[in-house]
Design a protein around this ligand. Structure first.
Ligand code: F6P
Length: 553
């Protein structure tokens, strides 16, 4: 482990701490009133999207110090190391090269001493061919019928990305195939999906980087059982099951034909894998050309990230604003609020990307950190949120910075809808920023004829203190290209924050303990078996209660 300067010891850290003291006394609406170039100064055009970060509680001095923080943390060197395929995933001793999957140049991509481009291109070509065969009807099921339904079985990074993209780009699908996604080990999900399907016309895509994930393996086994009940013949599996994995051995042992295995590589993290063959459901649903558009959009953002000066670099600015809000102003969460129905799964997808990556509490040296790393990332389609949790965003005791993501053009143009939606997008960030003070409330109520006594009773309840930070991201339209850029924007934000916090963003050992304990507990749920007396009393009590009320099979 090379030596490094801890986040809180970076020279700009203490400056930013003092700046935060000053800025906490400021009102954003005053910052806007004092400087009518604030929007121009604090917004950037990046590939396929526009970012306005001016509605954050900061000024030019703070931004200068944040940019210095990025330099102090050597973010640019680390960025070069990532793109040069150095093993920046040091805890797993791996390169972090999801960017290679969307590198549209013709240059060699050297990873671990080998040019990865031929292998990447070969998998892309195999994906293209599979899609072509399926769409043209050349690929037939075991009774000679063409495929009508595709069931993607996977979880986490092997589910959320393809699901989110297929949902986002629905308008571009010819709907030739009905897509289904199964992730939950709860049998309710797979039973519901299989209940609608005909095995003769169904293709299963089993997506698992490791091919050991319990949820996926259980669902895959159930799918195979269901299929075999109809097909009877093992040979039919080759016409109905394909897999995406790094683990060819286990896929083959499962019974999937060699030619139906799509490769991925250990230098692609699960939550960054939709650009690989994990994106096969996207290719099948939307067509290969749309997938290439998605890759190109991401590649454009990669190039912007590598070459734009720090002060105009959208992922860098998003990361720095996030760090300012989290570490210096002390805000605990980050909301993601799409104002585009297409992006309804985007918050869930990004929640994994951000929280599995930077939900860490030790630094590169294994020392406990004494600052907050990733905030709680959560969100929902913004317009629905307005009628649910926005009350808390406007008047709650915690300040929750929020990203508002909207589009200039809708993918479905229904008269009278889009401007109504976008008026809310603009109004909400304005309301969160400027709020409404007691005098304004009094004036408003007086104008409505409310009595002075009644006004004094309710005035404080109607005050919105404002000063609630937001980023506004605008796409021209949700398309494969703009979505690729948007995802890559957040991926690089995550990278920058991990480097500045000095945490390992590309492992996920925090998910292991629960898996190990579940494996031990599962046999104890059998009514014929005892419960491990070494468990704590709560766990024993709960398992006992479950077993007492569980019906005998
Ligand atoms: O348990 C977390 C995790 O390892 C994620 O990082 C990953 O995306 C998901 O499980 C699925 O893993 P796999 O693709 O190996 O089935």
């Amino acid at each position: 482990m090379q030596t490094f300067v801890r986040f809180e010891q970076l020279p700009s850290y203490s400056k930013l701490t003092s700046q935060a003291e000053l800025l906490r006394q400021q009102q954003m609406k005053k910052l806007f009133a004092d400087d009518n170039s604030r929007f121009t100064s604090f917004s950037v055009k990046a590939p396929n999207l526009f970012l306005d970060f001016s509605k954050n509680l900061f000024n030019a001095d703070v931004l200068g110090d944040l940019l210095a923080l990025a330099r102090d943390a050597d973010v640019e060197t680390w960025r070069s190391r990532m793109f040069a395929a150095e093993h920046i995933n040091a805890s797993e001793d791996r390169a972090v090269m999801h960017v290679a999957l969307r590198d549209r140049s013709a240059n060699p991509i050297m990873i671990d001493g080998k040019d990865a481009r031929p292998a990447i291109n070969a998998e892309l070509e195999r994906m293209r061919l599979l899609e072509q065969k399926l769409r043209s009807g050349e690929w037939k099921g075991y009774t000679g019928k063409t495929i009508s339904d595709v069931v993607s079985i996977g979880i986490g990074g092997s589910n959320l990305g393809p699901l989110m993209v297929c949902e986002a780009l629905k308008a571009y699908s010819d709907k030739r195939f009905t897509m289904h996604f199964v992730s939950n080990i709860d049998g309710v999900q797979i039973a519901e999906v299989l209940g609608k399907l005909n095995p003769e016309t169904t293709l299963f895509v089993i997506a698992s980087k490791t091919f050991t994930t319990q949820e996926t393996m259980t669902n895959a086994a159930t799918a195979e059982r269901w299929f075999m009940e109809a097909a009877k013949d093992k040979a039919a599996i080759a016409k109905h099951f394909v897999a995406v994995s790094t683990n060819r051995k286990l896929v083959t042992a499962f019974g999937i034909a060699e030619e139906n295995i799509f490769d991925m590589w250990d230098w692609v993290g699960g939550r960054f894998s939709l650009w690989s063959a994990i994106g096969l459901p996207i290719v099948i649903d939307l067509g290969f050309d749309q997938f290439v558009e998605l890759l190109e959009g991401a590649y454009e953002m990669d190039q912007h990230f590598q070459s734009a000066p720090l002060a105009q670099n959208a992922p860098m600015l998003m990361a720095l604003m996030g760090i300012w809000n989290r570490n210096f102003l002390g805000y605990p969460a980050q909301a993601l609020l799409p104002y585009d129905q297409c992006l309804h799964r985007f918050p869930a997808y990004m929640q994994q990307a951000e929280m599995e990556s930077n939900g860490k509490s030790v630094n590169w040296a294994g020392e406990q950190v004494n600052f907050g790393t990733v905030p709680l990332v959560w969100g929902e389609v913004g317009i629905n949120g307005q009628h649910a949790f926005y009350q808390m965003l406007h008047q709650g005791t915690d300040i929750i910075p929020a990203d508002f993501i909207g589009s200039i053009e809708p993918t479905e143009n229904v008269p009278g809808h889009h401007d109504a939606l976008m008026a809310n997008y603009f109004a909400q960030t304005q309301a969160l920023m400027q709020g409404i003070d007691a005098d304004q409330v009094r004036q408003e109520l007086t104008a409505k004829g409310v009595s002075p006594a009644r006004i004094e009773e309710i005035v404080e309840h109607k005050v919105h203190r404002g000063n609630r930070p937001t980023n506004s991201i605008l796409l021209q339209k949700v398309s494969a290209r703009s979505l690729g850029s948007l995802i890559a924007l957040y991926e690089h934000k995550i990278f920058v924050q991990g480097i500045i916090w000095r945490v390992h963003s590309y492992d996920q050992w925090g998910v292991e303990l629960g898996k190990v304990l579940a494996a031990g507990i599962q046999p104890e749920l059998d009514l014929a078996r005892g419960i491990n007396p070494a468990h704590d009393s709560s766990t024993i009590g709960l398992i006992n209660y479950y077993k007492q009320l569980k019906k005998k099979p």
